[in-house]
Design a protein around this ligand. Sequence first.
Ligand SMILES: NC(=O)c1ccc[n+]([C@@H]2O[C@H](COP(=O)([O-])OP(=O)(O)OC[C@H]3O[C@@H](n4cnc5c(N)ncnc54)[C@H](OP(=O)(O)O)[C@@H]3O)[C@@H](O)[C@H]2O)c1
Length: 225
Amino acid sequence: MKRREIHAVTGAFGYTGKYIATLLLERGVEVITLTNSPDRPNPFEGEVKAFPFNFHNPEALAQSLTGVKVLYNTYWVRFNHIEFTHNEAVDNTRILFHAAKNAGVERIVHISITNPDKDSPLEYFSGKAKLEEELMKSGLIYSVIRVAVLFGKEDILINNIAWTLRKFPLFGVFGDGEYRLEPLYVGDLAQIAVEQGGGAGRVLRWTQLARSLSLTENWSRQLAI
Ligand SMILES: NC(=O)c1ccc[n+]([C@@H]2O[C@H](COP(=O)([O-])OP(=O)(O)OC[C@H]3O[C@@H](n4cnc5c(N)ncnc54)[C@H](OP(=O)(O)O)[C@@H]3O)[C@@H](O)[C@H]2O)c1
């Protein structure tokens, strides 16, 4: 019998990772996860085996990724905090990329942000730009998916804004209110990610979700390496 492909998803018990893992399981792929929360309730009833990130032990991290064909990387921290910073997330992600390469992972699907910029004063954006560059130089086959903001049942930001709009007569916005946001449904992101993970051949694919209100509106360009 043919052995099932193994794909690794970071944070499969979290937000985007859960949607990606669900789709992969539906497609018959074996899924493992790298997580900071191995003891969190496993929504997949034990179907997804959890391994710690082991950033302090890259050999152990590479060992966890042995046999994995595709890695979907959602790992990041949302804001700087006394216990975790964007800079640490950049360093940890570099370790993750190196471990993936050493383990023989064939492809990385990396979730980034719109307008990453190494010169941005915002570490979220400069850090994401550094990681995209790192991935491009790594020699790995990769896809970068740039997302503006996600919405979905488990989301906090958009759902809290919606709750405030429902409950309060006034809602403050910056500037003249003409600021435009291009949200993407978390399930659509998962679909794009899984499609990218299933790509064949040595292809560098860059998916820019500049107009990501629906899947049909996103565009991508492909460059042969
Ligand atoms: N949410 C959005 O609206 C949005 C918008 C644009 C881009 N993105 C990008 O999408 C990706 C996934 O975002 P998400 O909202 O789905 O993230 P998430 O599920 O909250 O977390 C993704 C991964 O990062 C780990 N992580 C998060 N915060 C951490 C912390 N403080 N310390 C240590 N590990 C931490 C999680 O650990 P556990 O495994 O322990 O859960 C998980 O493995 C990120 O790269 C983000 O930049 C998200």
